[in-house]
Design a protein around this ligand. Structure first.
Ligand code: MG
Length: 247
């Protein structure tokens, strides 16, 4: 049972989302060759605290960072470490805020100092927009997943089979799962007030995954590049409303 949020809850989630969007914007602006993942993580934390929030991901058991940062073949759950970004790296920043008990979650992928992967990254962003556009009363989650999958696969890439978006509210990860694939007109029927973290998790090669030695970072098995785009979105009577607007 997925409970739609009340207007008051959505207001708090919008405030949480604004902090998340601010932190992401600041981190994206700081990305450059030579900055370390730990420095980016520290910046994200200070931005969230500055606005009166707390890092969502620190509420996850055994996780002690503000962000997950995934480089090149890293897909999700990348642990910030001492690695310093290099020109040409593909880097995704994933972060969230909890504000007065309500979470928001966002991700974005950029290339460090080059634009050789522009077509790949544009595909992810376009797929995210297409998925979000289906978040309308009466549509179903299969419509969202299908919109994402169609754009990613038409561009010659693959969507993750194991890693998916999710509901969000008083927990950073709530039911239901929101896959980036699906069949139109199947799955949960959408109601006003439902809030989802819609995620486009995709790669250039095969969707098989491996967990790295740090026991957190999930990477592509074939070493192919991966991208991650995510927004927290509420279904309203008038259509989708992004709660983490950073662009
Ligand atoms: Mg998420």
């Amino acid at each position: 049972m997925v409970r739609p949020k009340t207007d008051q809850e959505i207001e708090l989630m919008a405030k949480s989302g604004a902090i998340t969007a601010y932190a992401l914007r600041r981190v994206l602006d700081a990305i450059a060759a030579n900055i370390s993942l730990l420095e980016l993580d520290a910046l994200a934390e200070s931005c969230i605290l500055e606005k009166g929030g707390a890092p969502s991901f620190k509420t996850v058991d055994d996780y002690s960072y503000t962000t997950c940062i995934n480089v090149n073949d890293g897909i999700v759950h990348g642990l910030p470490n001492k690695y310093r970004l290099k020109e040409g790296d593909l880097v995704s920043i994933d972060l969230g805020t909890v504000y007065k008990g309500y979470h928001s979650d966002v991700s974005y992928t950029v290339e460090v100092g080059t634009s050789k992967e522009a077509a790949f990254l544009n595909t992810g962003l376009t797929a995210l927009e297409a998925g979000i556009s289906k978040l309308r009363v009466g549509k179903r989650l299969g419509d969202v997943g299908n919109a994402i999958q169609t754009i990613v696969e038409n561009a010659g890439y693959t969507v993750s089979e194991d890693l998916v978006g999710h509901g969000i509210g008083t927990e950073v990860h709530e039911p239901p799962y929101v896959p980036g694939y699906g069949t139109p007109n199947t799955g949960l029927k959408l109601k006003a007030g439902m809030v989802f973290a819609i995620e486009v998790i995709y790669q250039k090669g095969e969707p098989d995954i491996v967990i790295l030695d740090d026991n957190w970072t999930i990477a592509t098995k074939d070493g192919s590049l991966s991208g991650l785009f995510e927004q927290t979105v509420v279904v309203t009577k008038h259509g989708p409303k992004i709660l983490t607007p950073f662009i």
